[in-house]
Design a protein around this ligand. Structure first.
Ligand code: UDP
Ligand code: MN
Length: 256
C-alpha cells in the first residue's frame, strides 16, 4: 500500500501565519495520502487555526503546546539563540506514538518535519515516500549557503556539504530528512532536545536512531534541490500604527 506521509508542522501566531499556512496547505493538497499534524505554539488551540484547518480540505490533527517562557525567543533576540519548534515537534511525535498504542496507526508511514515558512516541491514527497529508515536530500538557501547536502559516494552518504561545523553528528537542516514511522515507534525515547546547542537540534533527534552509513540518499543521489529554507519578511505596520492612533486602523473584525 501507499505509505502515509505524516507531516509535523510547528506554527505560532503572527501577522503572516495565515498566509504561511495557506501556502503550505495548498502544496499539501496536491500530495496523496498525507496527514498533516499541525502543532500550535500556544496554551490553547486558536480559532484562527481551527477554522483554517476545518476548511483546508486536508486530513489533519490539530495539537498545541506552548514553548516554556525560558525557551522562547524574545523580540530582538538573534534567531539562532534558541531552537524553535522543538516542543511542538515532540508533541507531534507523542501523538503518533500514542495513536500507535491504540492500534490506529496507518502503516507503512513516513514522518517529515515541515516548518510553515519553507517552500516544498511536490516531488519531494514522492522521494520520501519510500523511506525505510531515514532518507536525506539537499536543502536550498540554508546555513548561509546556496544549498547544503549530504555528499554521496558509491550510493552511500560519505560526508556533508555544509558551511558550518561539518563534524556535527548530523549536519542536516530539519527540512532535509524524513524518518520511517516504524523507526519512530521503535525508538520511543527519541525526541528533539529544546536545550540543544545551536545547530544540534536535528542531531539530538537522529543520534541513536540511525548511523550515517544507514542514511538513504534521495533526490537523484542528493543532486537535486526540492525544498528551500525560505524565510518570510516581517510585514511593516508603520501606516497601520499611524492610522490606528487616529481611530482609522484596518477593521479588526477582518481576519488576515
Ligand atoms: N515556531 C514556533 N514558535 C516560535 C517560533 C517558531 O512554533 O516561537 C515554528 C515556526 O512556525 C516554524 C518553526 O517553528 O514552523 C521554525 O521556526 P522558524 O521558521 O522561525 O525558524 P528558522 O526559519 O529561523 O529556522
Ligand atoms: Mn523558517
Amino acid at each position: 500500500p501507499l505509505s502515509t506521509i505524516y507531516v509535523i508542522t510547528p506554527t505560532y501566531a503572527r501577522l503572516v501565519q495565515k498566509a504561511e499556512l495557506t501556502r503550505i496547505s495548498q502544496t499539501f493538497l496536491h500530495v496523496p495520502q498525507l496527514h498533516w499534524i499541525l502543532v500550535e505554539d500556544s496554551a490553547n488551540r486558536t480559532s484562527l487555526v481551527s477554522e483554517f484547518l476545518a476548511h483546508s480540505g486536508l486530513t489533519y490533527t490539530h495539537l498545541h503546546v506552548p514553548t516554556p517562557r525560558d525557551r522562547k525567543l524574545q523580540e530582538g533576540d538573534p534567531s539562532w539563540l534558541k531552537p524553535r519548534g522543538a516542543e511542538q515537534r515532540n508533541e507531534g511525535l507523542r501523538w503518533l506514538r500514542e495513536e500507535s498504542t491504540r492500534g490506529r496507526q496507518r502503516e507503512p508511514g513516513v514522518v517529515y518535519f515541515a516548518d510553515d515558512d519553507n517552500t516544498y516541491s511536490l516531488q519531494l514527497f514522492e522521494e520520501m515516500r519510500g523511506t525505510r529508515t531515514v532518507s536525506v536530500w539537499p536543502v536550498g538557501l540554508v546555513g548561509g549557503m546556496r544549498f547544503e547536502r549530504p555528499v554521496v559516494e558509491g550510493g552511500r552518504v560519505a560526508r556533508f556539504h555544509t558551511g558550518w561545523r561539518p563534524g556535527r553528528p548530523f549536519p542536516i537542516d530539519m527540512a532535509g530528512f524524513a524518518v520511517s514511522l516504524r523507526l519512530v515507534l521503535a525508538n520511543p525515547e527519541s525526541r528533539f532536545d529544546g536545550n540543544a546547542p545551536m545547530g544540534f537540534l536535528e542531531s539530538s533527534f537522529l543520534q541513536g536512531m540511525v548511523t550515517m552509513e544507514e542514511l538513504e540518499p534521495k533526490a537523484d543521489m542528493c543532486a537535486k534541490v526540492l525544498v528551500w529554507h525560505t524565510r518570510t519578511e516581517k510585514p511593516k505596520m508603520k501606516r497601520e500604527d499611524a492610522l490606528q492612533k487616529q481611530g482609522l486602523g484596518s477593521d479588526p473584525g477582518v481576519e488576515v
